[in-house]
Ligand binder design. Structure first.
Ligand code: ATP
Ligand code: MG
Length: 450
């Protein structure tokens, strides 16, 4: 009782914004018990200590859309040190802009002090590069400043779980109701400040079923090249969010529509411009979306293997045309793709092993004679290799019959399997059998057999 009373006094009297945009429960319908316990307690405790504290950003947007937020951010008037002092289980993270992670059980809530907006830019700590990209914005600000420096109106709503009120300074609630994604302020300037916002626009529109409002959309095509000026790791992180959003296929379609796919992940432009490549990538993305929406795990290695496959395939065919045998040609092509991955695509090296394993298994699915299919079946990456093979069949790159054969072979009894084996093509078996001895390469496919 007393805690709640004090909370109301502090949050209400001391920090009620002068020009209130408070919206009551009847208008927003977000009940206190719909937000995570940890986020609610964090806000309540901060308020009891005399600070303003709200759930902000994506969580409020998603709650209004009737979705469960995947994480919670809290914005507060308290400094990171003050937050840290209030919560025993908390730690300050980040050097440039310090945040506090507050932990309750297994849950973590990210608490940030209200931040100054980009256009309160008289502060010397706020600097931009020659394209207008903000390099530093580690300035504290007011609640209103914090709302203004957020990207889209639907991402700038503040929810107070104690009062069950939403503060909406930028027309976020009506925009969300109309399913509009609208940039706060001048869209072109906001993209120049941070070009990643262009990718965020596409991802949020695709994953939340929103339409990018005309003035927010228009500058994107023109400014797309600014993305090359952003540190690769940030572009990569944002692409990962898009690919793992459960709406990757739609996201990539929209990236193309907005002219943003050039030079992004696996040279999407080159791949998507060939019909076979496009079909393959789209199938892979739809497959990933289905898995994510069914709460099944997805392997980034598999996804990258799929995104780069047509690069590998082209190089593989070229190497064969130059006279290399199947496997050496494939390994050569994989090395080339590996270089591309490291130099241009910022795909972390840890995925390289998975990708290569999946690719290297592919020719082995064509050897359907003797003991070879049996060896392949017990390979520890058989499942990933087989799923990949099915994508190749579905995209029209390989005969569907091959995929069917493997589907049946896996589940058949011994006698059926024996009857399914194909006759070895004359010369092929001999040549293949000799190769491991000649190559002595640790990467020879036969040595990968479990
Ligand atoms: P999701 O969690 O689905 O990725 P989100 O909108 O919550 O979507 P976060 O990266 O978690 O995205 O960011 C939290 C909030 O921080 C956003 O809702 C927005 O208010 C603000 N924000 C994030 N990135 C930017 C940016 N580049 N420019 C301005 N504000 C941003
Ligand atoms: Mg979020």
């Amino acid at each position: 009782m007393i805690r709640r009373f004090l909370g109301k006094v502090f949050s209400g009297r001391l920090f009620r914004p002068a020009q209130s945009k408070a919206m009551p429960f009847s208008k927003h319908r977000i009940a206190r018990d719909r937000i995570s316990r940890c986020a609610a307690t964090t806000c309540e405790t901060l308020q009891q200590h005399g600070h303003a504290a709200y759930v902000v950003g994506g969580a409020v947007r998603d709650l209004m859309l009737g979705r469960d937020p995947k994480d919670y951010d809290v914005a507060t008037s308290a400094s990171p040190e003050q937050v840290r002092a209030i919560f025993r289980r908390s730690r300050i993270i980040g050097r440039r802009f310090r945040l506090v992670h507050v932990m309750c059980g297994s849950e973590t809530v990210e608490v940030a002090t209200f931040r100054g907006s980009a256009d309160s830019g008289t502060d010397e700590r706020q600097t931009t590069d020659e394209h207008g990209r903000i390099l530093r914005d580690n300035v504290f600000g007011s609640l209103e400043d914090d709302a203004r420096r957020r990207d889209f109106t639907v991402n700038a709503m503040f929810y107070d779980p104690v009062r069950e009120e939403v503060l909406d300074y930028h027309h976020g609630v009506p925009d969300l109701k109309a399913r509009k994604l609208r940039m706060i302020g001048d869209a072109a300037q906001r993209y120049r400040e941070d070009p990643i916002r262009m990718l965020r626009a596409v991802r949020l529109a695709a994953s939340r079923g929103l339409e990018i409002e005309a003035r927010t959309r228009k500058p994107i095509r023109e400014l797309a090249d600014l993305l090359h000026n952003v540190p690769q790791a940030r572009v990569f992180d944002e692409m990962m969010k898009l690919l793992l959003s459960g709406h990757a296929a739609e996201g990539v379609r929209r990236l193309r529509k907005e002219g943003l796919h050039h030079g992004l992940l696996p040279l999407l432009d080159a791949i998507l411009e060939q019909p076979l490549g496009e079909r393959f990538v789209m199938r892979a993305l739809e497959n990933t979306d289905r898995r994510i929406n069914a709460d099944k795990p997805v392997s980034p290695g598999f996804l990258f293997a799929a995104l780069l496959w047509h690069e590998v395939l082209t190089a593989w065919k070229q190497a064969e045309a130059r006279g290399l045998n199947t496997m050496p040609a494939l390994f050569h092509a994989m090395d080339q793709a590996g270089q591309l991955q490291a130099e241009q695509l910022a795909i972390p090296r840890r995925y390289g092993g998975d990708m290569k394993e999946i690719w290297a298994l592919q020719p082995r699915f064509l050897n359907r004679f003797g003991r070879r299919p049996y060896h392949l079946l017990v390979h520890q990456r058989f499942r990933a290799g087989y799923d990949f093979l099915l994508l190749r069949c579905e995209s029209g790159e390989l005969d569907a019959e091959i995929g069917e054969w493997w589907k049946k072979f896996q589940h058949a009894d011994e006698a059926t399997r024996a009857g399914m084996l194909l006759k070895e093509a004359p010369g092929v078996g001999k040549k293949r059998r000799r190769r491991p001895r000649l190559r002595k390469s640790p990467a020879a496919p036969e040595q990968g057999t479990a």
